[in-house]
Design a protein around this ligand. Structure first.
Ligand SMILES: Cc1cc2nc3c(=O)[nH]c(=O)nc-3n(C[C@H](O)[C@H](O)[C@H](O)COP(=O)(O)OP(=O)(O)OC[C@H]3O[C@@H](n4cnc5c(N)ncnc54)[C@H](O)[C@@H]3O)c2cc1C
Length: 294
């Protein structure tokens, strides 16, 4: 394990990042001290091609529309060398943004897209455009070969196979992104018997992200899902037995999952209001320590 290098004062963008680069340094320093004192010299932490402590340049490979509100942006490391880029299911990266005096960072969820035509890339991001959003607008307009700066991976979610009987995932919009890597991790492990139930809330069927991918997961015995759309489009074609519900997700939709037990985990990802509403509904049946907000 390499000794972590203390960030310089100017490495902090003072925009209230979570986590702040100095907190990450303190944590890594503690891990490094533990490593030095440990008698187990076999501990090796694989060096990652992205760092939690300093920004790493990645170039835009493609930036394509996937619907009116979302784009898929694909990135490649500028000087990868022989290091590998890795992250754990549910992790996020921080993007650095600077324009004039303004310095900001924003969290985005890295993805590996199994259906990508060009496999020569390191990670992808699904970005939602917010009309008044400073960083999302910048991301939306990124062009091929443009350089971007990233640090990470971060995240506290720990996925342990067979720890829970069921994991209920409830996502809103781009909140599906961290769940995709968690779902794939479970489904790709034939010894993991965890049942996955996904409730995915979208404005309309046109905004459903990963629609084909979710439909293909239906063939796994341990995956079921429902998509809740609040806006009905009459001319939209559905797939055979595609589980679309034309109403907003509400407390009655959870009845069919009862009884809940302490072997159930609920993970929620969406706006703060969305997650807090769901948490108050679910905490009537699920132990509160098993409800995780992303
Ligand atoms: C762990 C984590 C992972 C994330 N992963 C992704 C991802 O993969 N893809 C992605 O597109 N975004 C993701 N986000 C959200 C992202 O970090 C930014 O918040 C988003 O891009 C908006 O930033 P902005 O600078 O454009 O908006 P800002 O300039 O900060 O906000 C401008 C206005 O936009 C609206 N707005 C901003 N963010 C939201 C929101 N989340 N919900 C509703 N309205 C909002 C508000 O009206 C706000 O007033 C993630 C956030 C977290 C915490």
């Amino acid at each position: 394990m390499k000794e972590p290098v203390k960030p310089k004062e100017e490495d902090c963008c003072s925009s209230g990042c979570n986590p702040c680069i100095f907190d990450v340094y303190e944590k890594q320093r503690e891990l490094y001290e533990e490593y030095l004192q440990s008698s187990d010299t076999s501990i090796q932490i694989e060096e990652n091609a992205i760092s939690q402590l300093e920004y790493t340049p990645f170039l835009v490979v493609e930036n394509n529309n996937i619907c009116k509100e979302h784009k898929l942006i694909i990135f490649k490391h500028k000087h990868l060398g022989n290091k590998k880029l890795w992250w754990k299911p549910g992790n996020y990266f921080l993007l650095y943004f600077k324009s004039g005096e303004t310095q900001l960072s924003r969290a985005y969820t890295p993805l590996k897209i199994s259906s990508a035509v060009n496999n020569d890339y390191d990670f992808a991001i699904i970005i939602k455009k917010y009309e008044n959003g400073i960083v999302s607008k910048y991301m939306y307009n990124l062009e091929k070969d443009q350089e971007t700066l990233w640090r990470g991976p971060y995240g506290t979610y720990e996925l342990t196979s067979n720890h829970f009987d069921r994991i209920l995932m409830v996502a809103q919009g781009t909140g599906i992104a961290p769940f995709i890597s968690i779902i794939e991790h479970i489904l790709n492990n034939e010894y993991d018997m965890t049942k996955i139930i996904l409730f995915y809330c979208c404005h309309s069927i046109d905004n459903v992200l990963f629609r084909n991918q979710l439909y293909s997961y239906k063939s796994y015995w341990n995956f079921t899902y429902e998509i809740y759309v609040s806006f009905y489009i009459s001319e939209c074609m559905l797939k055979y037995q595609e589980p679309i519900q034309y109403h907003r997700l509400c407390s009655q939709d959870f009845y069919k999952l009862k009884p809940f037990s302490k072997k159930d985990q609920c993970i929620l990802c969406g706006s703060e209001e969305f997650m807090n509403n769901l948490k108050s509904i679910l905490s009537m049946d699920v132990p509160v320590e098993n409800i995780i907000l992303f």
